[in-house]
Write a protein that binds this ligand. Structure first.
Ligand code: FES
Length: 145
């Protein structure tokens, strides 16, 4: 299987090359592009990003595996990222997690989602859902599933 950026993404990459100080600085935006394009980052996409940035594939892989928001495998079910950090923990994330376990979703635990004042928080497809209650989780999932 091969990977090729879409024509729109290739145009965006050419634009970004004029905006970033060096090619290796494109690693993160290109990883995002690959993920949005295919829903995950394949090894073939890593090879393509390596060619564009002129960094070894292992360097791109290292970046892709460091950040939990990058997915290296296709998600079969809706991925729900639940914050497990202190504010969310104190405000009821355990109850939210227990509630989510009965749903047909894939759950991952993540560190602070940057919205501590509105804990507990979960994230689905880059959108934060805040001030969660079990009922609110049900309403959100009903809309998304
Ligand atoms: S602690 Fe959960 S969003 Fe910050």
């Amino acid at each position: 299987m091969s990977f090729q950026f879409s024509d729109d993404n290739l145009k965006q990459i050419e634009f970004l090359k004029t905006r970033y100080p060096s090619l290796d600085a494109l690693s993160l935006p290109l990883l995002w592009m690959a993920q949005y394009q295919d829903g995950f980052i394949s090894l073939e996409a890593i090879d393509e990003i390596s060619k564009i940035t002129k960094l070894p594939p292992m360097e791109i892989y290292r970046v892709a595996t460091f950040y939990t928001m990058f997915k290296l495998q296709k998600q079969e079910k809706l991925l729900v990222s639940v914050c497990k950090t202190l504010s969310c923990k104190l405000c009821g994330s355990d109850e939210i997690l227990d509630h989510l376990k009965s749903k047909d979703v894939e759950i991952e635990y993540v560190e602070c989602l940057g919205s501590c004042g509105t804990s507990p928080v979960m994230q689905i497809k880059d959108v934060n859902y805040e001030n969660l209650t079990p009922q609110k989780v049900d309403d959100i999932l009903e809309e998304l599933l």
